[in-house]
Design a protein around this ligand. Structure first.
Ligand SMILES: [Zn+2]
Length: 165
């Protein structure tokens, strides 16, 4: 089991326990659970191509949540703004995550459209954003490139046998 993924730059992307547990605890492992999601927050490791996702926002009032739909409200932005201010600008928005009620998740056409929209946002930091989908059996991570507006799957982590982590 590894939460360290290799980026197209050759650098590494690490997802910390804090961020991981928040996302995975919201997975849709029963029929009644609705989609959840939020923003990815993290930092670049100085003088390297390595990145760490060290926290995520989780659903708030105002989000649209259904069994197969999640649209986050603008309130999540406050989480990024506060982290940025408290860290003197070192912790930044790194992307988006949400859950899917399927074993090994794949992005819907709506997800791809929304990811491309985020990639075209001129306010983002850096050249890439990350998109995480938490399925029932696995978490998959995509790296999206701002200039090409393309996304590549960079990793898949199986969720079985991790309960004691
Ligand atoms: Zn989706």
């Amino acid at each position: 089991m590894s939460r360290i993924l290799t980026l197209s730059s050759g650098g590494r992307l690490k997802i910390t326990d804090t961020a991981w547990v928040k996302m995975v605890s919201l997975r849709q492992d029963t029929l009644r659970k609705k989609e959840a999601g939020g923003l990815l927050l993290g930092r670049q490791i100085l003088e390297s191509d390595d990145l760490v996702i060290d926290d995520v926002s989780t659903p708030v009032r105002g989000d649209t949540r259904a069994r197969m739909r999640f649209v986050r409200s603008k309130r999540h932005q406050r989480f990024v703004d506060e982290a940025w201010a408290k860290s003197n600008g070192t912790r930044v928005y790194l992307g988006e995550w949400h859950t899917h009620p399927e074993g090994v998740p794949s992005p819907s056409s709506e997800d791809l459209r929304s990811w491309r929209k985020h990639l075209s946002d001129k306010q983002i930091h850096g050249e890439a954003l990350f998109f995480v989908i938490v399925g029932v059996d696995a978490v998959r991570v995509w790296e999206g490139f701002r200039f090409q507006r393309s996304v590549n799957l960079i990793g898949e982590v199986c969720l079985h046998g991790q309960e004691s982590d």
